[in-house]
Design a protein around this ligand. Structure first.
Ligand SMILES: Cc1ncc(COP(=O)(O)O)c(C=O)c1O
Length: 382
């Protein structure tokens, strides 16, 4: 039992969580979830070590739910569970590590090509895996410059493409069809494409006119965040990859009497329940509406800022609104994530027109107070 002082600390921390649960506009985590039907399972030591398709001696696992959730995501990305395998990871970074690991085992002398705007987990994982990377330029919207990729390709070695499908800073999507065209015309013999779909993997499958995101489009592996796209009380993502490439990473583990195809040993057994719950509790229609709601909010913020002469924009199918950098006080107050001379506002599902109106109003005041005329669109009546 906790003593009085420690209980009090938890009460104070709970009040902080309650007050701030809808705070974030700088990060893509959604807070519009309710997993109260799963609360009972926090009373058990759930552990999904190993392969959810194999038998495991540790009985308190959620393998049956993980398998169903993963199969649902495989179909979402136009794959067949016969050909594609996947599991629930600790987060997007682990999903990226898994994809790069599979690629490295298939092509040990491959070079990893990734854009300047790739998430930092790419560089971190590449370093841990002892791989070599080539950084490709981005355009002014954060998308990989395909001519630069063509110019930098070493055609004597396999090309491992780390494509960003929804960049952290600008919500930019590298177009895999264009990348494949570059690979084809370059004459490179072997290639592997991993999609870091942490952010836009939870958007593109639900919109009318998506950029390429599926296995049919040419991905060999991909990762999509549960936390960012759907909401989760703890970090979680789905990682998917072609079964044909998994042979080299499989290992038989006597200790758990199971096969292991994953990065970790012990794995969270609760987050697969969350993933499963999402696929059961929400219809495809509801998911599409939810994504459209977020996209509409993003467009609303762009329109409001532009109406007031601010040079704000978002990419196609993106919930990331890019705007000029305000004062440090504003960034600190709203816990924004600045980059270059910009900030972004990410319109997650727990936001509303009213909450964003307040933010836009304060942002406009801040621009005026800091009299940053460079924030303004030219000819906007300044
Ligand atoms: C594009 C992208 N990839 C990967 C990640 C890493 O995800 P996680 O923080 O769940 O490891 C992020 C996180 O923000 C991201 O934006």
């Amino acid at each position: 039992m906790l003593n009085y002082a420690d209980k009090n600390r938890l009460e104070i921390f709970k009040a902080l969580c309650e007050t701030n649960k809808y705070f974030n506009v700088g990060y893509p985590e959604d807070f519009d979830f309710d997993y109260s039907e799963l609360k009972d399972f926090l009373d058990y030591s759930l552990n999904n070590c190993g392969d959810h398709e194999a038998y495991c001696n540790y009985i308190l696992n959620t393998f049956q739910f993980e398998k169903e959730a993963v199969d649902w995501f495989i179909r979402l990305f136009k794959g067949d569970p016969k050909d594609i395998y996947g599991y629930v990871t600790h987060g997007g970074s682990e999903g990226n590590m898994w994809g790069l690991w599979i690629a490295r085992e298939k092509y040990p002398d491959g070079l990893v090509y990734m854009s300047k705007d790739s998430h930092y987990s790419a560089a971190k994982n590449i370093r841990m895996l002892g791989m070599t990377s080539v950084i490709v330029d981005i355009d002014d919207r954060g998308v990989m410059v395909y001519d630069d990729l063509a110019a930098k390709l070493d055609t004597s070695k396999p090309a491992i493409i780390f494509a960003t499908i929804g960049s952290t800073a600008r919500g930019a999507v590298d177009n895999v069809t264009d990348i494949l065209n570059v690979l084809k015309t370059s004459g490179v013999k072997d290639h592997y494409i991993h999609g870091d779909q942490a952010l836009s993997g939870a958007i593109l499958p639900f919109v009318e006119d998506p950029q390429p995101y599926s296995f049919e489009d040419g991905f060999d592996s991909l990762t999509v965040c549960i936390t960012k796209g759907f909401g989760s009380p703890m970090p979680a993502a789905i990682a998917l990859a072609k079964r044909e490439n998994l042979e080299n990473i499989a290992c038989e583990v006597d200790y758990i009497k199971s096969n292991d195809l994953t990065v970790a040993g012990s794995r969270n057994g609760f987050t697969p329940l969350v993933a499963w719950y999402i696929t059961k509790a929400m219809s495809m229609e509801a998911m599409k509406e939810r994504v459209q709601y977020k996209l509409d909010l993003a467009q609303y913020v762009v329109d409001e800022l532009k109406k007031n002469g601010v040079d704000a924009w978002r990419s196609k199918n993106s919930i990331t609104v890019v705007a000029p950098r305000p004062s440090e006080a504003f960034i600190h107050k709203h816990k924004l994530a600045p980059f270059d001379n910009s900030i972004h506002i990410i319109t997650t599902a727990h936001n509303s027109i009213a909450s964003l109106d307040r933010l836009v109003y304060e942002l406009l005041l801040d621009y005026d107070i800091t009299s940053n005329s460079q924030h303004r669109l030219s000819g906007s009546g300044q």
